[in-house]
Design a protein around this ligand. Sequence first.
Ligand SMILES: [Zn+2]
Length: 158
Amino acid sequence: MPPRIRMEGLDLGYFEGRTVYDHVTGCLIWVKGSIAGDGYAYCWISRKPYYGHRLAFYLKWGRWPTEAMHSCDRKSCVAWWHIEDGTRSQNTRDAYARGRRRPKRPESMHNTHLDWPQVREIRRIRAEEGLTYREIGERFGIAQNTTRYICKGQTWKE
Ligand SMILES: [Zn+2]
């Protein structure tokens, strides 16, 4: 049942700055909000809690999923291209369960041009040259937050 809250003015941009893109898996990892006891990302809107992945599905498709499922099996992922409504596509769900399908990737994200050599260089610069995240980010054309998550090993895990 759709909640009676004001979702006007809220769009997928909501996830900007709250998530970081994982270039390896194509996941959008929730890093700024909360993680529920069951491992799923959640957030508060108008003093009500919402699962991040369900919210992502809603903001993308304009309806709430009956049963949102991750094609990537990553509970903290809110990538709407990884969220499917399980009850509406039983076949799809079965296919994922049997490992026949691979999670999709987005068509474009601002930092998809990063690769492992660049990530290692970013970490090296941070460790050896002591540049700020902002300075490193500008050098590589990525957000300050993205740089920080990389340096802290929250993304691009070796
Ligand atoms: Zn994912």
